[in-house]
Design a protein around this ligand. Structure first.
Ligand code: SF4
Length: 354
């Protein structure tokens, strides 16, 4: 046996060598594969980390239009001396184009839309506005739809038709003295601005719309005390603005208003706030807070950049999309949050007693 084994030994040795070399090769090969798979995985993970970091960086740089103010018309029936969105054009987009723009904003993250002017109830007697309000609530399902108006053109029939789709209606009122309102220009003819305000407040209650008041504090009302009337009307919010100069709107050579005589100092504004410190719904807005903390869309759906003390328009979101246009808006998201721009803005969440 042994002899025969020894006789076949060269063949055996050869086979043994081949099998050993095979083993070494396959072990080395599998190690190399495993290293390269690992390296591959590691590279992939590094690349994907880098990608996600760069996506995050990109996302951080993109402003979300969470809350947008659409001044779809500049026309107004009032002549407030400090008006900072004057009738420089009479242009209003066709309804379908306005809806297209609103949809683009919703797709970009809009949660709240505020319709403003000019006087938004003037165009097509409020029907154009009503259709946009209805579209934003029912088709776009926006959590909050609101309007700022001087209140003079609103009829009860509007509430009957569109009230369900509206969360907040803000009415501008700077004084409870009719003469002061006349002096400021917050009036039309002999119609009582204050009577209107009370009427709209009761309609808001009746048709379940949250009622808000906006006041601009200026040299003609800065000494007044509005506490009693504000408490009586009991708005969900009382926004108190410091009169602001905007070049080309209410200041400068090309402006339609000269608001210099309405301007008050920061100290005067603070004194007004101190006098009303007991009013719990008061939300103050100084010039500093106001300037860049609003996303303003004009009648062409262009964002307006107020950083230089005037309104510089971007290109229209209808032409270049929201992302491109918003990068020229000058919007200060931090100031928006600091001024309490994000609040309970859907009437469903306000838990109001109607
Ligand atoms: S109500 Fe006064 S402030 Fe408002 S748009 Fe008309 S004129 Fe301007």
């Amino acid at each position: 046996m042994l002899l025969s084994s020894l006789i076949v030994s060269p063949r055996f040795i050869l086979e043994f060598c081949i099998s050993t070399i095979n083993g070494i090769f396959s072990s080395v090969f599998s190690k190399v594969c495993s290293w390269s798979r690992g390296a591959c995985r590691a590279t992939k993970s590094l690349v994907s980390d880098a990608n996600s970091q760069s996506e995050q960086r990109t996302d951080e740089n993109v402003t979300t239009p969470t809350s947008v103010n659409y001044h779809f018309t500049r026309k107004c029936n009032y002549k407030c001396g400090f008006c900072f969105h004057t009738a420089k054009t009479s242009f209003v987009l066709p309804l379908e184009e306005a809806k297209r723009g609103l949809k683009l904003l919703k797709e970009a993250g809009m949660e709240k839309i505020n319709f403003s002017g000019g006087e938004p109830f003037l165009h097509e007697k409020g029907d154009f506005l009503g259709k946009m309000v209805q579209y934003c609530k029912t088709d776009l399902q926006l959590p909050s739809v609101s309007i700022v108006s001087n209140g003079s053109m609103i009829k009860e029939t509007w509430f009957q038709k569109y009230g369900d789709f509206l969360d907040i209606l803000a009415i501008s009122c700077d004084s409870f003295d009719e003469e002061t309102n006349q002096t400021i220009g917050r009036s039309q003819g002999r119609k009582s601005h204050i009577e209107n305000l009370y009427k709209i407040c009761s309609w808001c209650q009746q048709y379940k719309v949250a009622f808000k008041i906006n006041s601009v504090i200026n040299s003609f009302n800065v000494h007044e005390d509005l506490t009693e009337q504000i408490n009586q009307l009991n708005p969900v919010r009382w926004k108190v603005f410091q009169c602001l100069l905007i070049d080309g709107e209410n200041a400068g050579e090309t402006a339609l208003r000269e608001a210099e005589k309405f301007v008050i100092s920061d100290l005067q504004f603070q004194e007004f706030l101190d006098r009303h410190s007991a009013v719990s719904c008061l939300v103050p807005e100084s010039n500093e807070k106001m300037r860049n903390s609003y996303l303003i869309l004009d009648e062409y759906m262009r964002f307006l950049d107020c950083r230089e003390g005037r309104k510089d328009p971007s290109r229209s979101i209808l032409d270049v999309g929201v992302k491109d246009a918003i990068s020229f808006s000058g919007f200060d998201e931090k100031m928006f949050l600091k001024r309490g721009g994000k609040y309970v803005w859907s009437k469903a969440d306000m838990k109001l007693e109607w």
